[in-house]
Design a binder for this molecule. Structure first.
Ligand code: MG
Ligand code: MG
Length: 260
């Protein structure tokens, strides 16, 4: 069942979303060689709570942390631990926050120092595929239009699309219908209608699409150990058209500063 949101509820989700964007920017400030992943998690949790929200992931199906921190071959759901980031790593940080009863959930993949061109391109094109998916997220289109846009773009570079993990509706629950796969056919799947709010989140691998899950039950890796990138935005189908509720503005402000 799809929970359709009112305009007012969408505004509330946008407020939660702003907190996530600012939290990810706080994390961005700290991402450099030598920083321990669990330090990022502590900073994120404090920032979310200081803003009157609660971390959406902590305790979700038993997940132990505020952030999912997924380094290199980890696709998603990495548990922040004692690992210290190294130059050349890529690190996907996924964050969720709930305020006034509604969740926000999105992610960004960061480069630590400078990654190889091959890995940098993987990140750049994964992000581009997300925006191509967003372009298709409009009333009257179908979920498959989003899926196809993402899949056809990334596969044109020889990358592969993870099948087991997909985007999703979001609202009072962190994960709602509809499913938003990153692979599929045009003009297939549920029709996009006013009041839908969902996360589009391509998880794109440099090598094989296959995955394996660590014994912790969470950490999801590429089967061949090659790197994977993950970006996630939240889109609402509103009265006056589609709106991206999430924002990378604060993150990219931090990244642009550190590049000078
Ligand atoms: Mg999500
Ligand atoms: Mg997420």
């Amino acid at each position: 069942m799809i929970h359709f949101k009112t305009e007012k509820e969408i505004d509330i989700i946008k407020q939660s979303s702003l907190i996530v964007g600012k939290t990810l920017a706080e994390v961005a400030k700290l991402i450099k060689p030598g920083v321990m992943c669990k330090v990022l998690d502590t900073v994120a949790e404090e920032f979310i709570r200081d803003n009157g929200a609660v971390p959406s992931f902590k305790g979700y199906n038993g997940f132990p942390a505020t952030l999912c921190i997924s380094v290199n071959d980890v696709i998603v759901h990495g548990i922040p631990n004692n690992y210290e980031l190294q130059t050349g790593d890529i690190v996907a940080v996924d964050c969720g926050a709930k305020k006034n009863g509604f969740h926000a959930d999105y992610a960004y993949t960061f480069e630590v120092g400078k990654a190889t061109d091959e890995i940098r391109n993987l990140c750049k094109r994964t992000k581009e595929s997300l925006y191509l998916g967003i372009e298709q997220a409009k009333e009257g289109n179908r979920v498959g239009d989003i899926s196809y846009a993402i899949q056809s773009y990334v596969e044109s570079f020889g990358y592969s699309v993870v099948r087991e993990l997909i985007g999703h509706g979001v609202g009072k629950h962190l994960h709602e219908k509809p499913d938003i796969p990153n692979y599929g056919q045009k003009r297939n799947g549920p029709k996009l209608k006013k009041g839908m709010v969902f996360c589009i989140e391509p998880m794109i691998n440099l090598g094989t699409k296959h995955i394996r899950i660590d014994r912790d039950g969470w950490t999801t890796r590429t089967y061949d150990g090659m790197p994977s990138a993950h970006y996630e935005h939240m889109v609402a189908i509103r009265e006056n058209g589609s709106e991206v509720l999430s924002t990378y503005e604060y993150i990219e402000e931090v990244l642009n500063k550190s590049n000078h």
